[in-house]
Design a binder for this molecule. Structure first.
Ligand code: ZN
Length: 123
């Protein structure tokens, strides 16, 4: 199953899995993630792939106890937003994270469906 709208994000996950994480930076220094053709903050169309900082910091997190069927075997799990400086990433974290925990971006799989997702690993 491939969803064209997600193609850019899948390729981005490939890059993260290979240790080549990047984000898109516009001429004004705003960061965003694929798929993007336009900066979400200023509308600039010249976006450049820029190396993602290795470490981010958990900004907020939520423990999910009841999930959609495709995540049924994964509960409880923790979704988190991590601040990587120019960009914020949303992913799944180990359950021992808290606000301010230093993490690196990696790629994991859901237990239920084996779908790839962004995973935050403690640093
Ligand atoms: Zn911008």
């Amino acid at each position: 199953m491939s969803d064209h709208a997600n193609t850019g994000y899948d390729e981005w996950l490939d890059a993260v899995a290979e240790g080549e994480s990047y984000y898109l930076e516009c001429e004004n220094g705003h960061g965003s993630l694929p798929p993007r053709r336009v900066c979400p903050r200023c509308g600039a169309t010249d976006l450049e792939e820029t190396t993602l900082p290795e470490t981010g910091e958990i900004e907020t997190y939520t423990v999910v106890h009841v999930a959609a069927p495709s995540f049924a075997d994964d509960v409880p799990y923790t979704t988190a937003i991590a601040d990587f400086g120019p960009v914020r990433l949303t992913g799944v974290a180990n359950d021992d994270v808290g606000v301010g925990t230093k993490v690196a971006a990696a790629v994991g799989e859901t237990e239920t469906a084996g779908e790839r997702l962004l995973l935050f690993e403690r640093r």
